[in-house]
Design a protein around this ligand. Sequence first.
Ligand code: GDP
Length: 457
Amino acid sequence: MSLKLSGWDDTIVALATPPGVGAIGVLRLSGAQAIDVVNGLFPAKDLHAQPSHTLHVGAIKKGGEVLDEVVISLFKNPRSYTGEDVVEISCHGSPYVQQRVLEACIAAGARLAKPGEFTQRAFLNGKLDLTQAEAVADLIAANTKASQKTALHNIRGGFSTVLSALREQLIRFSALIELELDFSQEDIEFADRTDLKNLVTAILNQTGSLLQSFQLGNVIRNGVSVAIIGKPNAGKSTLLNALLNEERAIVSDIPGTTRDTIEETLNIDGILFRLIDTAGIRSHSVDAIELVGIERSLQKRREADLVLYLFDATSTTPDELLKVADDLRTEGIRYLLVGNKADLTSANNLKFGQETLLIAAKTGTGIDTLRQRMVAVVLQENTLGENVVVTNARHYHALKEVQQSLQEVLNGLDLNIPGDLLALDIRRSLHYLGEITGEVTNEDQLDFIFSKFCIGK
Ligand code: GDP
């Protein structure tokens, strides 16, 4: 990695723990001057003389004034997160004290780090590849077991391993073609075109399943948006409360009281569901405020990854339901049909069809089954196994380009086009693979990726 960014030589410092009062606050420094900077403020010992991976207790002093009693952790290059000299100062958790120590570090020659700059340095020093660095940001943002698991897997190089295997195969392919080119004068065909075709097809299959995993990846990373729709008084607010186990939405006997859309999240088996409560779908409403709500709810229904269609099982006819299901299917919306108020009716699934689920939102009957169905619909054949899941849109788009170039190679092989043209397409697919891991990159792209990190990471 030869790319050096502006400010690369600076020693950087930032608060690594959240701002505010805490038991301790950790300041982190990284760079060639990190030990010098802290040495000047820490009279107890010469940190240069201390071995790496050691802790040191003492006072931080500035111009004779003691700022804090701290613990210093020392990580000498290259055995540190960034690959540079890293010093961490654990101060007492007062924002005032932390600020004073931070200012002292800056006065002694460090500069405040930009968002993600520590991780960026780790990347530029070859400690992480780009997919691992991005997984660090994902892990920090992880809010469910599934997102934590995927991010950790990728930090440990799960995705990188798959990509480098793909890369190796492509390079092998490209070598075969280049060999043929070197001897083109002699009109020898070294690479058996059928073998080449099989190889490209195999690589295409792998890219294909990675691309497919993005749908699940999106679910893991962003959650699933769920719209609860149904006629007024079907029990939507009651269901929302039952799912959330809280009295968040307004429940009333007057049809159409839930006027505003409320968004709440729900974590079922590690999948994040974002529930959107909507105004009832009423086609003949004349109330102006109601109409705004309905317009919004129709839009939500189209935006939702999953629609829970809730109907009152005491008053809905199977024909009515059939029509709703047809509409949802025609619109290509993923849905569950949920019959409510089962406590008031002797209706069963046979009446409405196997597809439906009967619940009583008010008493909680069937809510657990509904939760399980929601997970099942989202995961379908996908499981959260050990497979690599593409969670990042940047990776997805690069993989798409890889796939397209490979498809062109395959077409080229079919048309028996010359090797030098094939080599061009292979190089293009290698280029896009390299973009994912960061072997091919530019300063703007890096700045964009790391700017999404928090300061201190
Ligand atoms: P929404 O207009 O669809 O949001 O419906 P609400 O949640 O406001 O419920 C309408 C009425 O149906 C309220 O009086 C609820 O108490 C009642 N309700 C909701 N779920 C059930 C249920 O499972 N059983 C019975 N018996 N009543 C219910």
